[in-house]
Design a protein around this ligand. Structure first.
Ligand SMILES: Cc1cc2nc3c(=O)[nH]c(=O)nc-3n(C[C@H](O)[C@H](O)[C@H](O)COP(=O)(O)O)c2cc1C
Ligand SMILES: CCCCC(=O)C(=O)O
Length: 402
């Protein structure tokens, strides 16, 4: 159904983004791997979890502030790293970074950004209070500093990888999120058919010294055979290191003082190995259903990861978050905060920096309303994220249609 009138939900912004973006960009952003089972599962799994509300609890005050790796954030919502944001809006990653910084929400910048990591850091360091006419709740909250992490793809060329790490630290990024679910690229059918990074854009974190690493998504040249891989997949196979293993986490720790987070863990076993490798955080993620199709929805995988980590590191989640109530469920099951991928791109496509703020604020408001309507587990004082416990959830029976 087409959205009419003012957009009021993330799905309205999704439809508006689809209408505005080129087919090339939309398909790249929207795609999941193969049959997109996991992509759909991410959202569906949230809808099978029910909230058990309490009533008559004085919910007049709700506080959603928290912290990640010891840094305060305004609410448990951040921007997941997504590549090539300038296909969505000319201001791309700078707009996302300014939106997140001004709302004091964390952003993870992709290695594959179309703006250099230094320029993104600069853009977000000076968020002019009045860069965008904004109501009070959008304005910089001086008590909290912006949180910006860098997402790392480990290149076969370790000198390139090391340079990225050093540049991220020098530019003020405060953690590295190492993506571990992408030793090779998942098969996204639309990208195999046609993806091309527009010729005026580059992977901006690679300079002339890294020639060959700026260009991605070269279209297939005519050939008697049908394309078997996207230009993106070919690039990944050439450049990204598929030998990556837990030993490399130790190597990364030896070359940087930045805390390391692994992004893309879905099992208790890997969560335990991650902690033993000395990481500070784990992102439960299936890459938005874009890598191995058929893996669990992230909200299904979260409890076993939380149990295995057992408080030894922070646990975050991304994948399929489209409502404040999804965030509530993730927090109840032990996530410290969540990250959103595609919705940031919809906000960008809708209206650049303001569009991203609109998306983030909508989710923040929905989370607050959800917490208030769900009541609270302790009956005195303001409701906080700590009050959201697994006991506030129940599970819908899966009804067989046979
Ligand atoms: C268009 C697009 C590009 C992405 N690029 C990256 C990337 O460069 N690095 C990375 O670690 N994850 C990347 N991801 C995965 C996201 O960080 C995140 O795991 C996922 O989008 C979360 O699911 P959601 O889109 O349902 O919120 C990308 C996702 C999308 C949709
Ligand atoms: C190495 C892959 C970079 C982009 C990406 O992560 C994605 O398209 O999902």
């Amino acid at each position: 159904m087409a959205a009419t009138g003012t957009p009021v939900s993330l799905s309205d912004f999704e439809k508006l983004a689809e209408a505005r973006l080129s087919r090339n960009a939309w398909d790249y952003y929207a795609s999941g791997a193969d049959d997109m089972l996991t992509l759909r599962a991410n959202q569906r799994a949230f809808s099978r979890i029910r909230i058990k509300p309490r009533v008559l609890r004085d919910v007049s005050a709700v506080d959603v502030r928290t912290n990640v790796l010891g840094q305060a954030i305004a609410s448990p919502i951040g921007a997941a790293p997504s590549a090539m944001q300038r296909m969505a809006h000319p201001d791309g990653e700078e707009a996302s970074a300014r939106a997140c910084a001004s709302m004091r929400l964390p952003m993870i910048l992709s290695s594959w950004s179309t703006t250099s990591l230094e320029d993104v850091a600069k853009a977000a360091a000076n968020v002019p209070k009045d860069s965008v006419p904004a109501p009070a709740q959008f304005q910089v909250r001086p008590d909290i500093k912006p949180v910006r992490w860098f997402q790392l793809y480990v290149y076969k060329d370790r000198a390139v990888t090391r340079r990225l790490v050093e540049r991220a630290a020098a530019a003020g990024y405060t953690a590295l999120a190492v993506t571990v679910d992408t030793p090779l690229l998942g098969r996204r059918h639309a990208d195999i058919r046609q993806f091309k990074l527009p010729s005026y854009l580059r992977l901006a974190n690679f300079d002339d010294a890294d020639s060959g690493k700026q260009n991605v998504g070269t279209p297939h040249t005519s050939s008697a055979e049908e394309p078997r891989d996207s230009g993106l997949a070919v690039y990944v196979a050439e450049q990204i290191d598929p030998t990556l293993s837990w030993n490399d986490i130790a190597w990364l720790r030896s070359i940087t003082h930045l805390p390391i987070i692994v992004k893309g863990v879905l099992t208790a076993e890997d969560a335990d190995l991650a902690v033993k490798a000395g990481v500070s955080g784990v992102i439960v993620s299936n890459h938005g259903g874009r890598q191995l199709d058929g893996v669990a929805a992230t909200i299904e995988a979260l409890p076993e990861v939380v149990e295995a980590v057992a408080g030894r590191a922070e646990v975050y989640l991304d994948g399929g978050i489209r409502r404040g109530s999804d965030i509530f469920k993730a927090i109840a099951l032990g996530a410290r905060s969540v990250f959103i991928g595609r919705p940031i791109l919809w906000g960008l496509a809708y209206n650049g920096e303001v569009g991203v703020r609109t998306i983030l604020r909508l989710l923040e408001d929905e989370l607050k309303l959800c917490m208030a309507l769900a009541g609270k587990s302790f009956d005195i004082g303001c409701q906080t994220l700590e009050d959201i416990t697994p006991g506030m959830l129940s599970y819908a029976a899966v009804v067989s249609r046979l």
